[in-house]
Design a binder for this molecule. Structure first.
Ligand SMILES: C[S@@+](CC[C@H](N)C(=O)[O-])C[C@H]1O[C@@H](n2cnc3c(N)ncnc32)[C@H](O)[C@@H]1O
Length: 442
């Protein structure tokens, strides 16, 4: 597929289900990717990056390009075979926390990326380099195009974002194009977790200005009213719902601790002189709609008691702080993410759950082989700062045999809640079985 049907379509936009109905999107998904519609924001990102490069005339046999934080994304192979030369770059290391870039000790990064190439893939067109996207090893004015998918938000803080964009501006030719996807918040301030930012548009605009490198002026933020544009329920706290199960459900608007987000795509041109404009009179209507849906989701999920994973927060290596990133290995993420150390003695610690403004109950069904003194704690944390935990209610109880206990509370929208249980005597727990459940009252 070399030409577009709709040259006027603005593909600098947020992810929306209706994009899947656009003839150019459909054609690229089918003819280039050979895939069925998954209504998944990552799939959307790859297709829209490709569409933007096609629209800019950069998918051609004379073009030279690169991608940053590329891992082994499908775009590498699809673009490389259609251009003159393509370089995939990432911090390809054997000890990285990202499975996307985790190279076996006995492999070169090129071999690692080529492992996923098809049999007929023209290998000579692909170079692979271990390269930090804040410090690019390309000559000035040397690339016709470059791209990155879901990598920009993972490289650090403000200065790192600016360094990256300045570098891209330097290595692109005068008429070069950079297509980048990142995460989009709905009228919400930037979430500044180093290594895992989620940006407000205002913040991004300030990064663009500091780098003196601008995307096209208009970002299309429109979302049609559709079931597929509704916020995907947060199910990570429930027992049996691991990330693989959750990812079986389609959904392009996600939420984390009750904060909705999706993907957006920006198209930078080196010859773009006009600063990026924040859309005027941006309404908070979408944000309100998302909040309304999140509230409805909570009510639907927790209308009756639902069993929670009782050990979700116990082992810091067993849970990712990024439900939306299946590819993230948690084993050595310490230098990227805020840690959530668990105090000694705990044998139950549920996920922190966003419960909007509902009154809720945690119910504990516990069965002990013999008498034990246990400490039950209702924990609360600020919605986006899981490390800000404090104890709302604490009870020490001497229990024997089977017991049913309830903890009732009124949720506040800015907070998330969990239930933790520890031994009060620092001894082993004579535990036969434990179930922790949650229910909201409407
Ligand atoms: C969410 S993954 C995305 C990978 C790939 N683009 C994809 O969509 O499958 C983020 C990637 O950014 C890479 N990354 C993080 N910091 C980086 C940096 N400073 N320079 C280059 N790559 C980086 C990680 O190694 C990881 O492969």
């Amino acid at each position: 597929m070399q030409s577009l049907i709709d040259e006027q379509k603005n593909w600098q936009k947020i992810c929306a289900a209706e994009d899947y109905e656009h003839p150019d999107f459909k054609a690229v998904l089918q003819d280039v990717f050979g895939r069925a519609a998954a209504y998944h924001r990552k799939q959307w990102e790859f297709v829209v990056i490709y569409l933007n490069l096609l629209k800019a005339g950069k998918i051609n046999p004379d073009a030279t390009g690169a991608s940053f934080g590329a891992g082994r994304e499908p775009l590498i192979y699809l673009i490389a075979e259609r251009v003159k030369q393509f370089t995939a770059t990432d911090l390809y290391r054997f000890n990285t926390g990202w499975t996307t870039a985790k190279v076996d000790k006995n492999l070169t990064c090129r071999d690692f990326v080529l492992e996923l190439a098809g049999e007929d893939f023209p290998r000579e067109k692909l170079d692979v380099q271990d390269m930090d996207m804040r410090d690019l090893a390309f000559a000035d004015n040397s690339l016709d195009f470059c791209s990155s998918s879901c990598a920009f938000e993972h490289i650090g803080d403000f200065e790192d974002f600016v360094s990256h964009l300045k570098e891209v501006k330097r290595v692109l030719k005068k008429d070069g194009v950079y297509v980048m996807t990142t995460e989009h918040l709905f009228c919400h301030p930037t979430i500044k977790t180093k290594g895992n930012y989620k940006f407000s548009l205002d913040y991004l605009a300030s990064v663009f200005a500091a780098a003196d490198f601008f995307p096209a002026t208009t970002l299309d933020e429109h979302l049609e009213s559709s079931k597929l544009n509704q916020v995907k329920p947060e199910l990570g706290a429930l027992d049996g719902f691991n990330e693989e199960v959750i990812n079986l459900f389609p959904g392009i608007i996600l939420s984390k601790f009750g904060v909705p987000y999706t993907s957006s795509c920006f198209v930078f041109r080196n010859d773009q002189q006009q600063p990026f404009e924040l859309p005027e009179n941006r309404s908070s209507e979408q944000a309100e709609l998302c909040q309304h849906q999140i509230s409805k989701n909570i009510q639907a999920i927790y209308a009756d008691y639902k069993t929670l994973n009782p050990t979700a927060k116990l082992n810091k290596n067993s849970r990712s702080v990024m439900n939306d990133h299946l590819e993230y290995l948690v084993s050595n993420h310490e230098d990227h993410f805020e840690l959530m150390p668990i105090e000694k003695g705990h044998f139950t610690f549920t996920e922190l759950i966003y419960l909007a403004d509902y009154a809720f109950s945690f119910q504990v069904l516990i069965d002990l082989f013999q008498s034990a003194k246990l400490r039950f704690k209702l924990i609360r944390a600020e919605q986006l700062k899981p490390t800000s935990r404090s104890v709302v209610e604490s009870k020490i109880l001497q229990l024997d045999g089977s017991s049913r206990l309830q903890f009732n509370h009124q949720a506040e929208p800015g907070y998330v809640y969990a239930l933790a249980i520890a031994t009060a005597e620092g001894k082993e727990v004579p535990l036969k079985s434990i179930q922790v459940q949650c229910k909201v009252h409407s």
